[in-house]
Design a protein around this ligand. Structure first.
Ligand SMILES: CCc1ncnc2c1ncn2[C@@H]1O[C@H](/C=C/CNC(=O)c2cc(-c3ccc(F)cc3)cc(O)c2O)[C@@H](O)[C@H]1O
Ligand SMILES: [Mg+2]
Length: 215
Protein backbone atom coordinates (compact mmCIF):
# COMPACT_ATOMS: atom_id res chain seq x y z
CA UNK A 1 0.00 0.00 0.00
CA UNK A 2 0.97 3.65 -0.37
CA UNK A 3 3.41 5.00 2.21
CA UNK A 4 2.09 7.43 4.78
CA UNK A 5 3.01 11.12 4.81
CA UNK A 6 5.12 10.68 7.96
CA UNK A 7 6.95 7.80 6.24
CA UNK A 8 7.68 10.08 3.27
CA UNK A 9 8.94 12.76 5.67
CA UNK A 10 11.29 10.23 7.32
CA UNK A 11 12.55 9.21 3.84
CA UNK A 12 13.32 12.85 3.06
CA UNK A 13 15.31 13.11 6.31
CA UNK A 14 17.24 9.89 5.55
CA UNK A 15 17.98 11.10 2.01
CA UNK A 16 18.86 14.73 2.72
CA UNK A 17 19.97 15.11 6.34
CA UNK A 18 23.27 14.24 8.00
CA UNK A 19 23.15 11.82 10.95
CA UNK A 20 23.87 13.72 14.17
CA UNK A 21 23.12 17.12 12.64
CA UNK A 22 19.76 18.40 13.99
CA UNK A 23 19.76 21.52 11.81
CA UNK A 24 20.05 19.40 8.65
CA UNK A 25 17.05 17.33 9.84
CA UNK A 26 15.00 20.52 10.36
CA UNK A 27 16.08 21.88 6.95
CA UNK A 28 15.25 18.60 5.19
CA UNK A 29 11.73 18.46 6.66
CA UNK A 30 11.03 22.13 5.92
CA UNK A 31 12.26 21.75 2.31
CA UNK A 32 10.12 18.63 1.79
CA UNK A 33 7.00 20.25 3.29
CA UNK A 34 7.45 23.49 1.37
CA UNK A 35 8.28 22.01 -2.04
CA UNK A 36 6.85 18.48 -2.06
CA UNK A 37 4.05 17.90 0.46
CA UNK A 38 2.57 20.16 3.16
CA UNK A 39 2.54 18.67 6.66
CA UNK A 40 1.50 20.01 10.07
CA UNK A 41 4.98 20.68 11.49
CA UNK A 42 5.31 23.98 13.33
CA UNK A 43 7.61 24.96 10.44
CA UNK A 44 10.52 27.37 10.03
CA UNK A 45 8.77 30.71 10.67
CA UNK A 46 6.88 29.75 13.84
CA UNK A 47 9.83 27.46 14.63
CA UNK A 48 12.11 30.47 14.96
CA UNK A 49 9.70 31.94 17.50
CA UNK A 50 9.69 28.60 19.35
CA UNK A 51 13.51 28.71 19.33
CA UNK A 52 13.54 32.21 20.82
CA UNK A 53 11.15 31.21 23.62
CA UNK A 54 13.22 28.08 24.42
CA UNK A 55 16.38 30.22 24.56
CA UNK A 56 14.63 32.82 26.73
CA UNK A 57 13.25 30.22 29.20
CA UNK A 58 16.37 27.94 29.06
CA UNK A 59 14.24 25.13 30.47
CA UNK A 60 15.49 22.06 32.30
CA UNK A 61 12.27 20.09 31.76
CA UNK A 62 10.03 20.58 28.73
CA UNK A 63 6.71 18.88 27.98
CA UNK A 64 5.57 18.65 24.36
CA UNK A 65 1.98 17.57 23.64
CA UNK A 66 1.73 15.98 20.19
CA UNK A 67 5.00 14.70 18.73
CA UNK A 68 3.77 13.91 15.19
CA UNK A 69 7.05 13.37 13.22
CA UNK A 70 9.30 14.91 15.86
CA UNK A 71 10.09 18.14 14.00
CA UNK A 72 9.45 20.46 16.95
CA UNK A 73 10.91 17.88 19.34
CA UNK A 74 14.21 18.20 17.43
CA UNK A 75 13.92 22.01 17.33
CA UNK A 76 13.51 22.10 21.12
CA UNK A 77 16.01 19.36 22.06
CA UNK A 78 18.82 20.84 19.92
CA UNK A 79 18.73 23.98 22.12
CA UNK A 80 18.79 22.17 25.49
CA UNK A 81 21.98 22.08 27.59
CA UNK A 82 23.31 18.76 28.98
CA UNK A 83 21.00 17.46 31.72
CA UNK A 84 17.89 19.11 30.28
CA UNK A 85 15.25 17.05 28.47
CA UNK A 86 11.98 17.17 26.59
CA UNK A 87 9.22 14.69 27.37
CA UNK A 88 6.97 14.39 24.31
CA UNK A 89 3.58 12.65 24.28
CA UNK A 90 2.22 10.92 21.16
CA UNK A 91 -0.72 8.50 21.11
CA UNK A 92 -0.50 7.33 17.49
CA UNK A 93 1.97 4.41 17.46
CA UNK A 94 2.79 4.84 13.76
CA UNK A 95 3.65 8.52 14.23
CA UNK A 96 5.63 7.67 17.39
CA UNK A 97 7.68 5.10 15.46
CA UNK A 98 8.53 7.65 12.75
CA UNK A 99 9.35 10.34 15.33
CA UNK A 100 11.73 8.01 17.17
CA UNK A 101 13.69 7.53 13.93
CA UNK A 102 13.73 11.26 13.15
CA UNK A 103 14.95 12.04 16.68
CA UNK A 104 17.58 9.29 16.42
CA UNK A 105 18.78 10.61 13.04
CA UNK A 106 19.28 14.02 14.63
CA UNK A 107 21.39 12.43 17.42
CA UNK A 108 19.24 13.90 20.19
CA UNK A 109 17.78 10.73 21.70
CA UNK A 110 19.58 11.42 25.03
CA UNK A 111 17.60 14.64 25.45
CA UNK A 112 14.20 13.23 24.46
CA UNK A 113 11.74 10.95 26.26
CA UNK A 114 8.99 9.98 23.81
CA UNK A 115 5.98 8.56 25.68
CA UNK A 116 3.34 6.71 23.67
CA UNK A 117 -0.08 7.45 25.07
CA UNK A 118 -2.92 9.95 25.35
CA UNK A 119 -2.01 13.14 27.20
CA UNK A 120 -4.97 12.78 29.58
CA UNK A 121 -3.73 9.35 30.67
CA UNK A 122 0.00 10.25 30.88
CA UNK A 123 -0.05 13.65 32.60
CA UNK A 124 -1.26 12.31 35.99
CA UNK A 125 1.74 9.93 36.04
CA UNK A 126 4.43 12.52 35.17
CA UNK A 127 5.56 13.19 38.76
CA UNK A 128 5.66 9.53 39.80
CA UNK A 129 7.07 7.99 36.59
CA UNK A 130 9.47 10.70 35.44
CA UNK A 131 10.32 12.45 38.70
CA UNK A 132 9.12 15.74 37.27
CA UNK A 133 8.42 18.44 39.89
CA UNK A 134 7.04 21.02 37.49
CA UNK A 135 7.60 21.82 33.82
CA UNK A 136 9.57 24.92 32.89
CA UNK A 137 8.06 24.97 29.39
CA UNK A 138 5.03 23.24 27.84
CA UNK A 139 4.62 23.26 24.02
CA UNK A 140 1.01 22.53 23.03
CA UNK A 141 0.62 21.22 19.47
CA UNK A 142 -1.77 18.27 19.70
CA UNK A 143 -5.56 18.17 19.12
CA UNK A 144 -6.76 21.75 19.51
CA UNK A 145 -9.77 20.86 21.68
CA UNK A 146 -7.36 19.17 24.12
CA UNK A 147 -5.33 22.33 24.85
CA UNK A 148 -7.68 23.65 27.56
CA UNK A 149 -8.55 20.38 29.34
CA UNK A 150 -4.89 19.36 29.40
CA UNK A 151 -3.80 22.77 30.74
CA UNK A 152 -6.34 22.41 33.57
CA UNK A 153 -5.13 18.85 34.21
CA UNK A 154 -1.51 20.06 34.36
CA UNK A 155 -2.57 22.71 36.90
CA UNK A 156 -4.47 20.15 38.99
CA UNK A 157 -1.45 17.79 38.98
CA UNK A 158 0.84 20.60 40.20
CA UNK A 159 2.94 20.33 37.03
CA UNK A 160 2.47 24.04 36.25
CA UNK A 161 4.06 26.27 38.89
CA UNK A 162 4.94 30.00 39.17
CA UNK A 163 7.06 30.86 36.14
CA UNK A 164 6.04 27.89 33.97
CA UNK A 165 5.68 29.01 30.34
CA UNK A 166 2.96 27.58 28.08
CA UNK A 167 3.56 28.01 24.34
CA UNK A 168 0.61 27.05 22.14
CA UNK A 169 0.74 26.51 18.37
CA UNK A 170 -2.21 27.22 16.02
CA UNK A 171 -4.15 29.63 18.21
CA UNK A 172 -5.54 31.21 14.99
CA UNK A 173 -5.44 28.37 12.44
CA UNK A 174 -7.04 25.89 13.07
CA UNK A 175 -7.69 27.93 16.24
CA UNK A 176 -8.11 27.17 19.93
CA UNK A 177 -10.77 29.70 21.03
CA UNK A 178 -11.62 28.23 24.44
CA UNK A 179 -7.91 27.92 25.38
CA UNK A 180 -7.17 31.48 24.24
CA UNK A 181 -10.10 32.88 26.18
CA UNK A 182 -8.91 31.01 29.29
CA UNK A 183 -5.24 32.08 29.30
CA UNK A 184 -6.02 35.65 28.20
CA UNK A 185 -8.72 36.26 30.83
CA UNK A 186 -7.25 34.32 33.73
CA UNK A 187 -5.59 36.52 36.39
CA UNK A 188 -3.08 33.71 36.87
CA UNK A 189 -1.54 33.95 33.38
CA UNK A 190 0.34 36.68 31.56
CA UNK A 191 -0.24 36.05 27.84
CA UNK A 192 1.38 37.34 24.66
CA UNK A 193 0.46 36.60 21.04
CA UNK A 194 3.30 36.11 18.51
CA UNK A 195 1.74 36.81 15.11
CA UNK A 196 3.11 34.60 12.34
CA UNK A 197 1.89 32.37 9.49
CA UNK A 198 0.54 28.87 9.16
CA UNK A 199 3.51 26.65 8.37
CA UNK A 200 4.65 26.83 4.74
CA UNK A 201 1.75 29.14 3.77
CA UNK A 202 0.73 32.82 3.75
CA UNK A 203 -2.29 32.28 6.00
CA UNK A 204 -2.21 33.94 9.40
CA UNK A 205 -1.45 31.85 12.44
CA UNK A 206 0.49 32.46 15.62
CA UNK A 207 1.80 31.22 18.93
CA UNK A 208 0.43 32.26 22.32
CA UNK A 209 2.93 32.40 25.18
CA UNK A 210 1.39 32.32 28.64
CA UNK A 211 3.42 32.63 31.85
CA UNK A 212 1.84 31.17 34.99
CA UNK A 213 1.92 33.77 37.79
CA UNK A 214 1.21 31.38 40.65
CA UNK A 215 -1.84 31.04 42.87
C1 LIG B 1 -5.82 12.87 22.96
C2 LIG B 1 -4.72 13.77 23.34
C3 LIG B 1 -3.48 13.41 22.62
N1 LIG B 1 -2.50 12.75 23.27
C4 LIG B 1 -1.35 12.44 22.60
N2 LIG B 1 -1.12 12.73 21.30
C5 LIG B 1 -2.10 13.37 20.64
C6 LIG B 1 -3.30 13.74 21.26
N3 LIG B 1 -4.07 14.39 20.35
C7 LIG B 1 -3.36 14.42 19.21
N4 LIG B 1 -2.18 13.79 19.37
C8 LIG B 1 -1.12 13.65 18.37
O1 LIG B 1 -0.65 14.98 18.10
C9 LIG B 1 -0.63 15.22 16.69
C10 LIG B 1 -1.84 16.00 16.32
C11 LIG B 1 -1.74 17.30 16.08
C12 LIG B 1 -2.96 18.10 15.70
N5 LIG B 1 -2.50 19.26 14.94
C13 LIG B 1 -3.32 19.81 14.05
O2 LIG B 1 -4.45 19.41 13.86
C14 LIG B 1 -2.76 20.91 13.22
C15 LIG B 1 -3.47 21.27 12.07
C16 LIG B 1 -3.01 22.27 11.23
C17 LIG B 1 -3.79 22.64 10.03
C18 LIG B 1 -4.37 21.64 9.23
C19 LIG B 1 -5.08 21.98 8.12
C20 LIG B 1 -5.23 23.32 7.77
F1 LIG B 1 -5.92 23.62 6.65
C21 LIG B 1 -4.67 24.32 8.54
C22 LIG B 1 -3.94 23.97 9.68
C23 LIG B 1 -1.80 22.93 11.51
C24 LIG B 1 -1.09 22.57 12.67
O3 LIG B 1 0.10 23.19 12.97
C25 LIG B 1 -1.56 21.57 13.52
O4 LIG B 1 -0.84 21.28 14.65
C26 LIG B 1 -0.69 13.84 16.06
O5 LIG B 1 0.60 13.28 15.99
C27 LIG B 1 -1.60 13.11 17.04
O6 LIG B 1 -1.43 11.70 16.97
MG1 LIG C 1 0.64 22.81 15.01
Amino acid sequence: TRTSRPQRILKAVQRKATVGDPQSVITAIDHFCRHREWAMNVGDEKGSILDSVVNEVSPVTVLELGTYCGYSTVRIARLLPPGACVITLEFNPDYAAIARQVIKWSGLEDKVQLVEGASGDCIPWMKEHFGVQAFDLVFLDHWKERYLPDTKLLEECGLIQKGTVLLADNVICPGTPDYLEYVRNSPRYNSHYYRSHLEYTKAEDGLEKSVFLGY
